[in-house]
Design a protein around this ligand. Structure first.
Ligand SMILES: C[S@@+](CC[C@H](N)C(=O)[O-])C[C@H]1O[C@@H](n2cnc3c(N)ncnc32)[C@H](O)[C@@H]1O
Length: 381
């Protein structure tokens, strides 16, 4: 099978996590740059990467990259790319674009030029003047950076954080991709109890349970490339079968999730059931000060409220202090907290062992990591 160049896109700060995930499913990343991890693989990687990547936003098929200092360059180079190898006669191919530090700064004009160039390419191949665009979708993106154009087709369609299990959410739910990354950045493994005492719609516990049971995060949804006739028949079926057979139903996973809001807990329970991990998570409506951390070497991973609304600031600060008092008393536990509060460590009462800059949507946050002692080997499964 010929090799393809694929790009797994990621939110700022998560590129290294996505790189590790790719290696875990057998691919060798070629390069890692802001927001993207590029790798080469045959077409079987399209279903596999979409099904298995937990922290990536999308999987893009790279069609070409070239210098584009003028609209003529953009048109000619785009027209020369092998679009008809992928797009069938009835395929629809919407074009989106972005331009950073480039002479071709008008994104709508770049989009129109790329659309025209792709149409010209397909006209030659199919000997048709007009294309109905009623068939499968091939979302094209033209990305200009420092006068270089990168042309891609999006194989994912809907972004990968939409796993399909979350129907009920609280006011500020985490993206599933960020929740998965928070877990992967911790030292949690399924031999240790994981607690999210501010679980909201349950995103962190559900993603952890899926990791614990080795459930492919994309197994409950569909992807754009699933209806591409250009992919070998059976490649999706094969990848879905592999995902199904990889599930470790017997794995003992201990995850405890609670929230003060009983409505949120009900929604979290339903989301977990939808994700097929209802049985792995103990849910309860419990305020933070009543949680129990009985076992040793447990891991707290949580995303507290940020206090962004007027009047909430004092309550949130109180909560951060309370978190410090409760968590710090459990000396063998490791604690991971996502917060935009710059004075978080002061309020919590301890300096983090590591602080990682991330983005929760457009909000700049820090992932505060407080490492407990290393558990004895029987806990490290
Ligand atoms: C930012 S939300 C968590 C969102 C969650 N990670 C998700 O993806 O849906 C913060 C949660 O903390 C809960 N909360 C606030 N104060 C609490 C307290 N004292 N005890 C327990 N939960 C609390 C809120 O009800 C809310 O659901």
């Amino acid at each position: 099978m010929p090799m393809l160049e694929l790009i797994a896109t990621a939110t700022f700060g998560l590129e290294a996590v996505v790189k590790r995930e790719l290696m875990h499913i057998g691919y060798t990343p070629q390069s890692v740059s802001d927001g993207k991890v590029t790798f080469e693989a045959d077409e079987r990687a399209i279903p596999r990467a979409n099904l298995w990547l937990r922290s990536a936003d999308r999987v893009l098929l790279k069609m070409g990259e070239f210098p584009a200092g003028s609209f003529d360059d953009l048109f000619e180079h785009t027209r020369a790319l092998p679009w008809s190898e992928w797009i069938p006669l009835d395929g629809s191919f919407p074009v989106t674009g972005k331009s950073i530090k480039s002479k071709l700064s008008s994104v709508p004009t770049c989009q129109a030029i790329v659309k025209k160039a792709v149409v010209e390419n397909l006209k030659r191949r199919y000997r048709m003047e007009r294309f109905p665009e009623t068939g499968p979708s091939f979302p094209i993106q033209v990305a200009l950076l420092n006068d270089t154009a990168t042309l891609t087709i999006d194989t994912s369609g809907t972004a990968l954080h939409k796993r399909g299990y979350r129907h009920g959410a609280v006011e500020a739910p985490l993206k599933e991709t960020l929740a998965a990354a928070m877990i992967e950045l911790s030292y949690w493994n399924r031999g240790r109890v994981l607690v999210d005492p501010l679980c909201g719609s349950g995103t962190i516990p559900i993603e952890a349970a899926m990791i614990g049971r080795n459930i492919a995060p994309g197994s409950g949804r569909r992807f754009a490339a699933e209806s591409w006739p250009s992919l070998t028949q059976g490649s999706w079926k094969e990848a879905r079968m592999e995902a199904y057979q990889s599930i470790d139903q017997e794995a003992r996973v201990r995850i405890i999730a609670s929230d003060i809001d009983s409505g949120a807990v009900r929604r979290a329970c339903e989301n977990a059931r939808q994700a097929g991990v209802g049985g792995c998570i103990e849910f309860s409506a419990t305020p933070l000060h009543r949680i129990e951390m009985k076992e040793d070497f447990g891991v707290v991973i949580t995303n507290p409220p940020y206090g962004e609304r007027i009047g909430e600031g004092t309550e949130v600060k109180k909560l951060y202090r309370q978190m410090g008092r409760i968590f710090r008393a459990n000396l063998t536990w490791s604690v991971y907290i996502l917060s935009p509060e710059e004075r978080f460590e002061k309020l919590y009462g301890a300096k983090a062992d590591r602080k990682r800059k991330l983005f929760n949507g457009s909000i700049k946050v820090n992932y505060y990591q407080f490492y407990g002692p290393r558990p004895p080997t029987h806990v490290l499964r």
